[in-house]
Design a protein around this ligand. Structure first.
Ligand code: FAD
Length: 476
């Protein structure tokens, strides 16, 4: 029976029909017996991703193709047998995109993990979707090149997952998100049609921009099997600093003021009091437990520009009321500053059985308003909500710690989340800056778009996947 997603507090169902023998045998023919999983432990493992609080459905099988031809054959079979297919990278997605909510097949792309080419002359690379993001960073940096998108999950996440979610990261403020680096794709549609979009030229207005359509489509329109990525020169110098505040409002105002004065750091992150305390208790990196907020900043570029930007940021921070600061003098100190940020999700996850990281995003100038609203909403609904995030690009991650077995608390959490999104939209923002919609925010789509706009999205979906078999029940 197909499961219907209703809300994060829905009670656990979960029965699956076993995969009939005929399609199983055909899958084995396509990818080999060792690459089709049917054991309960495997099915359990592939039934969820990093979205918590949603009951999982087991897939009927997990299929691990090794090349595009095998993806084509699997999607051809799935269409014929009317089996749903959920593409999956590393399962670090926070919106439920890799959850097989209707059973069917999980298509794990991890075996397709070759960096096919790093073209130094044209500054671009061709990769398969299963390449781990951080491994790609290392490979291009070894050639003096730079691929900026750096999601917090980059040591595990895959480039295919990053493209399918248009992942952002800490460097999004200056360098943009994954979308800004995808030049072209190879993808396979449900039914097995193989297409190529974009290409290897920097200028390209030939036909509809299908690359942009597929980037961020969260596995609902096509399976991405090859990616052409733009690279840029690696910055000459980088400086990192930590700014401490006794009032979160002053920190938020510093963010707006730095940008208003036309300084664009590579990274401008905010952590509130609760996050600072929890991270310090976990990682012991010397954070000021008594501070109300902290900004973490990295400026990069040519040597002279970096020094000038650093001084300017410090001046603005002092004017706005920073009570202390620390500039990293050594590589070790720099790593310590960024470890604090990169450890924050893991540290917060230790606080409770359930952690929900939201992704509300507002125009940069509205960050102070959004920070204030987050505090008010947390008090109004009595929920434990901390805030960290990419303040410089308006992408905040209010993070709620709760207990999913406490229905009264979860009801308040849901109300708080709804009000968070209503507030973000009222401030001119959006439902998701980088994590995507999938299951987690699907129910809020009518708040963000008119029925006319949603109907266009549905028309695109059904044009490419008429039976709605590819990652069904997500986004629209
Ligand atoms: C600790 C932590 C920190 C994070 N920090 C960030 C951050 O800073 N910025 C950010 O943007 N996100 C962040 N995320 C969310 C997540 O890591 C990203 O969304 C990431 O891009 C998912 O990659 P993945 O390989 O794990 O994809 P998965 O979770 O496996 O899949 C994500 C979506 O992409 C689809 N998909 C995967 N591969 C393909 C493919 N080849 N073809 C078509 N569709 C595909 C799936 O169906 C699903 O809808 C974080 C998550 C965690 C747990």
């Amino acid at each position: 029976m197909a499961a219907q997603y209703q809300s994060p507090t829905q009670s656990p169902p979960r029965l699956l029909e076993p995969l009939p023998e005929a399609p199983y045998r055909r899958l084995v023919e396509i990818v080999g017996r060792e690459n089709v999983y049917r054991e309960p432990d495997d099915l359990l493992l592939y039934s969820y991703d990093s979205l918590l609080g949603v009951p999982a459905v087991w897939p009927q099988a997990v299929v691990r193709p090794g090349c595009t031809e095998e993806v084509v054959e699997v999607l051809r079979l799935a269409q014929k047998e009317k089996l749903s297919v959920v593409p999956r990278g590393a399962g670090t997605g926070l919106a439920g995109g890799a959850m097989p909510i209707q059973g069917g097949l999980v298509l794990s792309l991890n075996r397709m993990k070759t960096i096919r080419e790093i073209d130094e002359d044209n500054m671009q690379a061709v990769v398969q979707p299963g390449v781990v993001t951080a491994e790609f960073h290392q490979a291009v940096e070894a050639r003096g090149l730079f691929y900026p998108p750096d999601p917090g999950s980059m040591t595990i996440s895959t480039l295919g997952g990053n493209v399918a979610t248009s992942a952002g990261g800490l460097r999004g403020l200056k360098y943009g998100v994954t979308r800004d680096y995808v030049m072209g794709l190879e993808a396979v549609l449900m039914g097995g049609k193989r297409i190529r979009t974009g290409g290897r030229t920097f200028k390209n207005v030939t036909g509809y921009d299908l690359t942009r359509l597929l980037v961020g489509s969260e596995g609902t329109l096509a399976v991405i099997t090859e990616i052409i990525l733009k690279l840029i020169p690696i910055p000459e110098a980088r400086r990192s600093l930590q700014l401490i505040y006794d009032d979160v409002d002053k920190a938020a105002r510093t963010v707006s003021e730095v940008l208003r004065q036309r300084v664009i750091p590579a990274t401008l992150e905010i952590m509130d009091r609760l996050t600072i305390q929890v991270v310090e208790d976990f990682a012991h990196v010397g954070l000021p437990r008594e501070a109300d907020a902290m900004l973490l900043v990295e400026v990069d570029g040519a040597e002279e520009t970096v020094e000038r930007q650093l001084v300017r940021v410090l001046e603005i921070a002092r004017q706005e009321g920073a009570v202390d600061y620390k500039v990293a003098r050594t590589e070790e100190e720099k790593i310590q500053i960024w470890n604090a940020r990169r450890n924050s999700y893991g540290a917060l996850a230790r606080l409770s059985s359930t952690i929900i990281t939201e992704d509300a995003t507002v125009p940069r100038s509205r960050v102070p308003d959004m920070m204030r609203a987050i505090g008010e909403i947390a008090r109004k609904y009595s929920v434990t909500m901390s805030t960290l995030g990419h303040a410089g690009d308006g992408n905040l991650h209010p993070t709620i710690n709760a207990d999913k077995n406490n229905p009264a608390e979860m009801a308040r959490v849901e109300k708080a989340i709804e009000e968070l999104f209503q507030t973000a939209l009222r401030l001119g923002g959006t439902l998701s800056g980088e994590h995507g919609i999938s299951l987690a925010k699907k129910r809020f789509m009518p708040l963000a778009f008119s029925e006319e706009t949603l109907s266009v999205m549905r028309a695109i979906k059904t044009a490419l996947d008429p039976d709605c078999l590819l990652n069904p029940g997500k986004i629209v």
